[in-house]
Design a binder for this molecule. Sequence first.
Ligand code: ADP
Length: 472
Amino acid sequence: MNILFAASEIFPYAKSGGLADVAYSLPQDLRTKTNVYTIMPLYKTIDRFKYEIEYQGKSFDIWLDGTRHQIDIFVQKENQFELFLYNPILCDREGMYYDSFGGFGDNALRFGLFSYAIIEIIFQLNLKIDAIHINDWQTALVALLAKTRYFLTQKIIFTIHNMAYQGVFPKKVMDELELSWAECFKNDRLEYFDNVNFLKAGIFYSDKVTTVSPSYASEIQTPLFGHTLEKILIANNYKLSGILNGLGFDVFDPATDKDIFQKFDAKSYELKQKNKIKLLKELGLKGSEKPLFVFIGRFTEQKGINLIIESLHLIEKLDINFVILGSGEGYYNHIFSNLIGKYANIHITVGFDEAYSRRLYASCDFLVMPSKFEPCGLNQMITMRYGAFPIVAYTGGLKDSVMDFTDTDNYSKKIGLGIVYKEHTIFWYMFAITKAISLYANKSRFEKLAIHNMNVDNSWKRSSKEYLKLYK
Ligand code: ADP
């Protein structure tokens, strides 16, 4: 089988969150069983020389609303299945989707163009493709174009990584993108409160829709998690399923991670402490015998940032260290920037730093994820792989991948352990932190469970089989 896998970001070339990790590691695992082409924009921030990305020799034009858009095809030198598309409107930006002023005003054109080009490349390179796997709103129009304009015979699989981002634009983009008003501008398809909604079109026009965990697949069919599209999802639930994301075990491996100070594995777990000691020293935090908690993630309501902020004055009084790394909405960036240096046991960095995040995973004892909703979440899996404990809210993919350590005596290798709390309130969040501290006080039990987590198999092994079945 030949699959074309399209995403707006793929690790290590461009990453803003979990989509990039998945768009790297799922195709990589699938490639051991079938042919997978990946395709993404060649953003100007991608270092073409470092990654050996070369012009393939072919360019083509897409005409939209009387304007010619040239698309240049690039490939990775060592792996001709990794394709990149360059077009100045799509790629020449500071940031992928937004800058400090907000979302780019022409995102509909940028990702509409990308969607046209994903289909065009099949013809331009004469690829034999059986199925096209698209991801999130940025590639959702591929489904609409495949069914209403190109009449492709290939099946379309659409994966939703987060219902909160839907790609909603004013209806004038219908003409800019030459979409059929009669066919597409309908309430069950692209139309959305007299605007257009790319995600909604992806749901309607795809042959299969998946989301990134079984729990989230159920949750999004309810008003609390459907972000206004719950009825559309219910109407299309005959083709909807949830497949839990896996983790790229080669990318996230403390035994080989180049960014960490001291490599370690489950057999040499005690070496992890060296990372912690070094990190605390660098950050000016005291007490390597105290538990180290971290938060790594986007500063947005979804991630429970309000609880993090509200609890800082309580965390300050505890005998623990807490390190925060994140960036996101301007409002939260501002709050956290103002809190830097305010507490002796809390260290804050506002920014996105892959290498530093690895050092935090390699040093921490606990990672907090007080998410309001979480389609899957990868942080909890990375945390386990690096010999630590996730503290998670009981929602979405966190439900499917973390079990509270007090809820089981059966430490089978299948179950990742952590601390799970059920209500999004400061009381229960702090209760979970307290529970973590008391677990840490029992050092031998803590270490046994941390090592257990390192041996849990959260790789793509199981889930990539499910995707393969879906393609077939
Ligand atoms: P998201 O909802 O952001 O996709 P996931 O848990 O699925 O959340 O994936 C988040 C990924 O992004 C993880 O690999 C995590 O380590 C990384 N990440 C998030 N924020 C940062 C940051 N500020 N710096 C470095 N890496 C980050």
